[in-house]
Design a protein around this ligand. Structure first.
Ligand code: SAM
Length: 378
């Protein structure tokens, strides 16, 4: 799953990571209170990231949630509950009316593993999980398609592979304090490290990991939608992934997130194919199951979105300031017509950032205007 605007890269866990912070909340307890299962060779890096982020962030958490992950869903205090769907397994819905901007979940990962670890290494590590961590892990949904990727994963002896594949978020680690100098010296060199190092070099320098995969047991119950109601963002200072409502959700309404970046600028067929190829499921979200007429309208808006974002990304277009603002306005009105309330992640990070800044400035400008209008009426 998923989840910058850094985007994910590996096929098994390409869910979106939105690390931009959209709302601030009271300071959260730090991750050290409740350490997740982090592969040993990744632990110093994750700690460096968390410790490096403390103080830099404004703090963010669900005020009601001080436990990490155990009572997030189905507790009396939770705004969310699980339910069974006819065609997309277990899902999450609102137990009460939810307001746009509410923080719904702030959850520590159950597992963190490293890109490039061998199957044997991963197997060894998942075998060492506590009984309760194993039980939680094995209660989650698993990838069951017969694509080459899944076949390859089923082929090894790691039974958690199809579960990790269906539920893991691959996230880009923030570029902070990664000066854990020698993993060779600390005796925690993984098979992954050895594979990465050049065999001809007798004293290879371990490369700091750029990505890691994270599995959040409750967030893992949230289904994908191409018109999601919520967005996820990683808070590196607490190591929690947060899920926010991006629109008002009435009681009983489904809580959904987007698993992959870039889908907003894709029409239905390639979008479905991409989801199928990456996660092995046929998307049955509200938009993908809509009438041909609705799909057709959505497809042409998304084609225009692709066009507008490409013109911003293409260095040869040579848009002047006015032209850029025009394209950003165009993106904004297409997204509004589409009913898409997230700040989207386009293929090009700088387009996503430009649109996020534009949207922020636009909303503060509108707020300023309406304030000055009401003042002038007084
Ligand atoms: C991360 S899990 C989500 C929770 C899952 N439904 C469960 O039962 O635990 C991902 C799996 O949920 C199902 N799923 C999620 N979103 C879906 C969608 N839009 N359409 C169809 N199936 C979906 C697929 O089986 C997918 O492999």
């Amino acid at each position: 799953m998923p989840l910058p605007l850094p985007t994910s890269t590996s096929p098994n866990t390409q869910r979106t990571q939105r690390t931009h912070r959209q709302f601030s909340h009271a300071a959260a307890p730090t991750a050290t209170e409740h350490l997740p299962h982090i592969v040993p060779d990744l632990l110093p890096y994750i700690l460096a990231v968390v410790l490096g982020s403390v103080g830099g962030a404004s703090g963010s958490s669900n005020d009601d949630d001080d436990s990490g992950s155990d009572s997030i869903l189905n507790s009396d205090k939770s705004p969310l509950e699980l339910y069974d769907t006819a065609d997309a397994g277990v899902a999450v819905r609102a137990r009460r009316d939810i307001r746009r901007g509410e923080l719904l979940i702030a959850e520590l990962p159950l597992l963190v593993w490293e890109e490039g670890m061998s199957a044997v290494e991963l197997r060894r590590w998942t075998d060492a999980l506590t009984d309760s961590a194993r039980a939680t892990l094995f209660s989650l949904s698993r990838r069951s398609d017969d694509t080459a990727i899944a076949a390859e994963m089923h082929d090894n002896t790691d039974e958690s592979a199809p579960i990790r594949s269906a539920n893991g978020f691959q996230l880009q680690l923030p570029d902070v304090a990664l000066q854990v100098s020698s993993r060779e010296g600390s005796g925690i060199v993984s098979d992954g490290d050895r594979n990465r190092n050049n065999k001809k070099n007798p004293n290879p320098t371990p490369t700091p990991p750029t990505h890691a995969s994270f599995l959040f047991p409750h967030i893992s119950r949230i289904n994908h939608s191409c018109l999601p109601t919520c967005a996820q963002a990683m808070d590196w200072s607490t190591l929690r992934m947060e899920v926010y409502a991006m629109r008002d959700i009435p009681r009983g309404g489904e809580v959904t997130i987007e698993y992959l970046p870039g889908l907003v600028a894709m029409s239905s067929e390639p979008r479905k194919r991409k989801l199928k190829d990456t996660f092995g499921f046929e998307c049955k979200c509200g938009l993908c199951s809509a009438s041909l007429h609705t799909l057709h309208q959505s497809d042409s808006r998304r084609a225009e979105l692709a066009d507008a974002s490409l013109s911003l990304a293409d260095p040869h277009t040579q848009l002047d300031r006015q032209g850029m603002i025009g394209q950003l306005e165009r993106i904004h009105s297409l997204l509004t017509l589409e009913g898409y309330t997230l700040v989207p992640e386009f293929t090009h990070n700088h387009v996503s950032r430009a649109y996020a800044v534009f949207r922020h400035l636009r909303s503060t400008h509108i707020a300023d205007d309406s304030q000055s209008q009401s003042q002038s009426k007084v």
